[in-house]
Design a protein around this ligand. Structure first.
Ligand code: RAM
Length: 379
């Protein structure tokens, strides 16, 4: 498996320095921004954002550039707009952002454009009108479909390793033999307007509209929104338990899946869990040994990608803008220097459905009982 090899190389720069991650600037902090590449995640305190910034800053350090994290305390568009405005006024060199919504940024992004501050989005898109390009962590269609397949296989008691690399065929075969009640899937997402999660949910719905699911898995997803906040995500996960309407929950956010893991573990109910999680946060709810019976755990398996590399590739895109005239047009390329244990890579901007372009820099990876012990300490 190609992805295993690439992912197994993950380690040097990002992960090991996690504990040393620079503290994020609090809202209103005016230091360190001038002449610096600003990285803005959805909010501070999200481990996914911390790991991404660690990769970003490690690459920037390697190429001799300064960078700063400037993420808001609250996971809202308004809070990001305020900090963006400050970053522009303070003379940021570039802005890399994972957005909390798809509207509300136009005015501040125009201001950045006028000041010649390039905007690259990562994880959650910025408008095609203002971004140079979007750094996509893995194919949106793949992530959406894989999460549905994982949810169905888990509900049917099929271990991931029996899929032998072909989840689609395994789901089809398992459903062909299934004549039980219609399976109901719940989604515990981030914000109701968050572009990246909404993109994945649309792909989940597309997957569920395929004939193989008809009459066996409900095409309707029961959606709840935890806003990428631990407290709100816990409340929403608790509501799933109280309502007892879904068989399995997909949480396409590391904050949501960890909160749901704890709620489901405490409740001791039958509802299973999968989605996108950090192995370090999900270890208490997942099998960690090949000998484990994965179905006695809340979350038998889940997915993610190389988060540190995602941050580093974002930095590489900004450096290509700065030094190589990369403007994000379709077909233009970004060369990412050898970094950590990675050899030099080249990424190509491809047309995106929203009229802008995107650069694909990663692939989804499944964490299950066979590799969790290895990854729980690293990611
Ligand atoms: C969360 C964020 C992010 C998502 C990951 C999987 O931390 O919401 O958008 O990509 O999880």
């Amino acid at each position: 498996m190609k992805n295993v090899k690439k992912f197994a190389a993950l380690g040097l720069a990002g992960i090991m320095t996690l504990a040393m991650a620079a503290p994020a600037l609090a809202a209103g902090d005016t230091s360190e921004v001038s002449g610096s590449h600003v990285f803005m995640f959805k909010s501070v305190g999200n481990a996914f954002g911390v790991i991404m910034y660690d990769g970003f800053s490690s690459y920037m350090e390697q190429v001799g550039e300064n960078c700063t994290e400037k993420s808001p305390a609250e996971t809202t568009v308004a809070a990001q707009v305020q900090l963006l405005d400050e970053a522009i006024t303070q003379g940021a060199k570039s802005i890399s952002i994972s957005t909390n919504g798809d509207t509300g940024f136009d005015e501040v992004f125009s201001k950045a454009k006028e000041a010649n501050i390039p905007i690259v989005s990562v994880d959650s898109k910025a408008s095609a009108d203002f971004r140079i390009t979007h750094n996509n962590q893995a194919s949106t269609a793949d992530i959406g479909a894989m999460q549905v397949r994982a949810a169905v296989l888990i509900e049917l008691g099929v271990p991931f390793d029996s899929a032998d690399g072909d989840m689609a065929a395994t789901v089809e075969a398992a459903l062909a033999d299934y004549d039980g009640e219609e399976i109901k899937i719940g989604v515990l997402s981030a914000g109701i307007d968050t572009p990246v999660q909404n993109g994945w949910i649309a792909e989940m719905e597309k997957e569920l509209s395929k004939d193989i699911y008809a009459g066996k898995v409900s095409p309707e997803l029961d959606k709840k929104y935890g806003n990428d906040e631990a407290v709100k995500s816990t409340q929403e996960a608790t509501a799933f338990v109280a309502e007892n309407k879904v068989d399995v929950i997909i949480s396409p956010t590391t904050v949501g899946i960890a909160a749901a893991g704890e709620v489901l573990k405490q409740a001791g109910v039958d509802i299973k869990l999968t989605g996108l999680g950090l192995p370090s946060e999900m270890a208490p709810y997942m099998p960690t040994s090949p000998e484990d019976d994965e179905f006695s755990f809340v979350c038998p398996y889940m997915m993610l990608w190389d988060v540190s590399h995602l941050g580093a590739s974002t930095a590489a895109i900004q450096m290509a803008v700065q030094n190589d005239g990369f403007d994000g047009t379709e077909g233009s390329t970004v060369t990412m220097q050898a970094w950590g244990e990675y050899a030099e890579e080249t990424f190509t901007a491809e047309a995106d459905a929203d009229g802008g372009t995107g650069v694909l820099t990663g692939i989804p990876y499944v964490f299950d009982k066979n590799n969790m012990a290895e990854w729980a300490d690293k990611l």
